[in-house]
Design a protein around this ligand. Structure first.
Ligand code: CMC
Length: 516
């Protein structure tokens, strides 16, 4: 008979939750000494009303028990500092990418990712996109309520009367290379805008101007919402080699933007109402999405109390990436590279082999259909009625159909997101591909400002400063370069790059000196 290896049962003990001091579990009646511990298990349960909505944490390293309050379905990370090891080091929570960590309390946007629900200040996105306008939604996001008629008129007046930019800022945009990516121009110009406003610079005017002075905060909101379309339109005009159009009063926010983009010399030019409305709806859909990468960046940068222009520039940089606001551009490039419906199966296989990504699919929060994608898909056909059908829509629809019936995508709950169809509308409307992220950034400024303003009102706000787990070298002493071994392959590679750079510089210097 084969002897089964005996696993030693873990010895259970009763511990004093305060000191961690332990004593053996008394054997239950009728069980001889030594046997009780192997068959019994004990759970320390706090009792009484105060123990409701708490988490009991037993630290097996020290036998200590902690009671951590649960509020709004969350525990405070700082409550875990008291959970210390024998050296007194407190426990930290590790969450790379903030996958399950809340970093702010917010009343702005609610998403139920499983049910596909998106609401701004409680209003369903479907109702807002059908009945509201972008500027009204911006007011709602920033100030918490839909405006009365008088409130809206004041807001619209303030925003539209801050659409002009300083001539030097316009010159700055003119100085970019003719083929500069418009997002780079947008980010740089937005950051530069802060230099035209010393009264709004906390370094000069006081570190607490934005937490204390609500009027100044509002003024910056009007200025940034007003100027963002002008800065964006100037980037576009520069790219196509046409002079910038000054902003026009008497047009809606979106109409004025399209006017600055498209007006040549036609008298009484007004953008097509269907296209202006379609863009307005797209702006509504993109205005906020709670703590996405760029909005989290806005809050992060804003937590240092820097001016909001600089924070918006930083948030825009976060949005520029292909996993975020750059995805709409990437979707169209992907659809163009697929080209025709018959190439879809091969493309899907390459995604499943992880050689490619299905851009415009997947979302950290939505595990069902993104409600914005549903609205945008319908909107696409309204735009096509005016400008003609975009042929890639056929490829997009078939790609969606194939993906939604494929186990790879369904098992990972990957559905089309907001970027899957928006790029096709922008393309059909004649916007260049690399301009798509700018079209995402303009409306998202409203959300960024709403979150920034909410953060400025937070009485217990702190500068954002996450912790790391240091896994580098322990302390070591400096070795002079002549005593270091030349063995590292990577170092050799770096030397090659440096010397080829040196060759380029010396050849350029030679040209400059007229020697070559
Ligand atoms: N194509 C193929 N596989 C995907 C995709 C995709 N688009 N998205 C996620 N997956 C897979 C991923 O490989 C992983 O598989 P496994 O578990 O086998 O390793 C699984 O699905 C989970 O993905 P994840 O990368 O852990 O999810 P995440 O929450 O970290 O990333 C995302 C979310 C949006 C960055 C990602 O889905 C993605 O890269 N999508 C494509 C880019 C895109 O469309 N971005 C726009 C997002 S919506 C608008 C916005 O907020 O900007």
């Amino acid at each position: 008979m084969v002897q089964q290896p005996q696993t030693k049962p873990r010895e259970l003990v009763v511990a004093d939750p305060t000191t961690g001091a332990s004593c053996p579990i008394p054997a239950p009646n009728g069980v001889s000494k030594g046997q009780g511990a192997t068959h019994a298990s004990f759970v320390v349960l706090p009792t009484g009303e105060s123990a409701r909505d708490t988490l009991t944490v037993l630290d097996n390293r020290t036998n200590k028990v902690y009671t951590i309050p649960i509020t709004d379905g969350t525990v405070k990370a700082t409550d875990f500092r008291q959970v210390q090891d024998t050296s007194g080091e407190g426990l930290r929570l590790f969450d790379a990418g903030f996958v399950n960590t809340a970093v702010a309390r917010s009343k702005i946007t609610e998403i139920d990712g499983a049910k596909g629900i998106l609401r701004y200040r409680g209003y369903p996105i479907e109702q807002l996109s059908e009945k509201s306008t972008f500027l009204e939604v911006a007011y709602l996001l920033i100030y918490g309520e839909l405006p009365s008629k008088g409130q809206f008129d004041d807001f619209e007046y303030e925003v539209m009367h801050h659409t002009y930019v300083h001539v030097k800022l316009a010159e700055l945009e003119q100085s970019f290379q003719y083929d500069a990516h418009p997002m780079g121009m947008f980010i740089a110009t937005m950051a530069a805008a802060s230099t035209f406003d010393p009264s709004g610079n906390p370094a000069l005017a006081g570190s607490d101007i934005y937490t204390k002075d609500r009027k100044l905060r509002n003024k910056q909101i009007f200025r940034i919402l007003g100027k963002v379309t002008t800065i964006a339109a100037m980037a576009y005009r520069h790219r196509i080699g046409r002079p910038a159009n000054p902003p026009q009063q008497g047009l809606s926010y979106t109409e004025n933007f399209l006017y600055m983009m498209d007006h040549l010399s036609e008298p009484g030019f007004r953008p097509h109402p269907t296209l202006a409305r379609a863009l307005d709806v797209l702006f509504i859909l993109h205005a906020d999405h709670e703590l996405n990468c760029s909005t989290a960046a806005m809050r992060h940068i804003g937590s240092s109390l820097v001016d909001p222009y600089s924070a918006v520039a930083g948030a825009a940089a976060a949005l520029y990436g292909p996993l975020h606001g750059g995805a709409n551009e990437a979707v169209v490039r992907m659809l163009e590279s697929i080209g025709t419906v018959d190439k879809i199966p091969a493309f899907i296989e390459s995604v499943k082999r992880r050689e490619k990504k299905l851009m415009g699919f997947g979302h950290r929060i939505y595990t069902s259909y993104d409600p914005r994608a549903t609205i945008i898909r319908k909107l696409a056909y309204e735009v096509f009625e005016v400008v003609g059908t975009e042929p890639l829509i056929e490829v997009a629809q078939e790609l969606e159909r194939v993906a939604l019936t494929d186990e790879y995508f369904t098992s990972r709950k990957l559905y089309p997101n907001v970027d899957f169809y928006s790029g096709l509308i922008y393309k059909a409307m004649g916007f260049p591909l690399d301009y798509f992220p700018v079209l995402f950034a303009i409306p998202r400024v409203a959300g960024w400002l709403a979150h920034w303003s909410e953060a400025m009102d937070e009485p217990n706000a702190k500068i954002w400063r996450p912790r790391q787990i240091y896994c580098g070298e322990a302390r070591r002493d400096y070795v002079p370069i002549e005593h270091r071994a030349e063995t590292d392959v990577r170092l050799t590679e770096m030397t090659k790059t440096a010397s080829s750079a040196r060759r380029r510089i010396s050849s350029w210097e030679g040209k400059k000196a007229g020697k070559l």
